[in-house]
Design a binder for this molecule. Sequence first.
Ligand SMILES: *Cc1c(COP(=O)(O)O)cnc(C)c1O
Length: 348
Amino acid sequence: MLPLSVLEQAAAEMTNYQGSGMSVMEMSHRSKVYVSIFDETKADLKRLLNVPDTHEILFMQGGATLQFSAVPMNLIGKTGKADYAVTGNFSALAMKEAKKYGDIHVACSSEDGDYAYIPSQKDIAVSPDASYFHYCSNNTIYGTEWKYVPDTGDIPLVCDMSSNIMSVPVDVSKYGLIYAGVQKNMAPAGMAVLIIDKALIGNELAYTPKLMSYQVLLDSDSMHNTPPTYTIYMLGLVLKWLDTQGGIEGICKQKSEKAKILYDVLDSSKMFSGTAEKEARSDMNVTFRTISEELDDKFVKESTQAGFDNLKGHRVVGGMRASIYNAMPMEGVVKLAEFMRDFETKNR
Ligand SMILES: *Cc1c(COP(=O)(O)O)cnc(C)c1O
């Protein structure tokens, strides 16, 4: 979801952005008016995420998935090796892609438990000569979330935060690289946001495509070619909206309350149960099932008829998943909780 107020503002500015006589979609990315949108968006992101001066914000097209390739291409050159924590579908895909570019070591995995848990620090085996350690902070499909930042000593942390970025305060200085496809919590689809420690840039593999080079993005301020201008503009509007919600601290409080409402339903139900272990539960993606696949199907069908969209779980896991990203209003969660309780009463 995107906040309704953001969509309404975009609609109001659609044909004539602030008296410029044109739509943001029509602007040259080098024009003064567009450059000011771009600069303000970056400045707001830097402020909201408290990005230190050691780090730079970059925008790259290709979503989070392109980073599965770009990360090793740009970073593995240091030692030829990297560590991966495998805690779900996306981290497994990231690791699989990285294997094309170097020697990959699985530092920990929760595959043995159907990805329903997050490994603890003592279960992480960090290689002393890894170029970086990659993990995914929120496992969108399995509904689990890391509640701590792994300690990897001197090995730079690289994190896919696609599905929980901007929902919880993060100490950016602990990370070598944070990346996120923007379409879950930040903007319409079309690019990834990267926050990178500039000291990590400069080890890219010789054949790294120009547009995937962190060095090229850094040197051109993410404007080596035309960036996804409208997506960046929308990101800017979402960041202004975040300010009205009390910034990331305010959003964090809201998302904990929203998730608790749904988890309370699961914990007090005889029909519904959560699929993730309690300590690992995600506040962004609440995964659950009923006592049978038939009842799951019935729930998905009836909830869709009642106006609740996208509750069917991802095809690799089945069951149900309520994605309650930042823009999901409290009301939506309260209504879903009511619907679940009613459904249980009617189908007892
Ligand atoms: C959605 C998602 C992706 C894939 O994002 P694209 O932008 O579609 O490539 C990768 N990682 C995580 C954690 C995601 O939630």
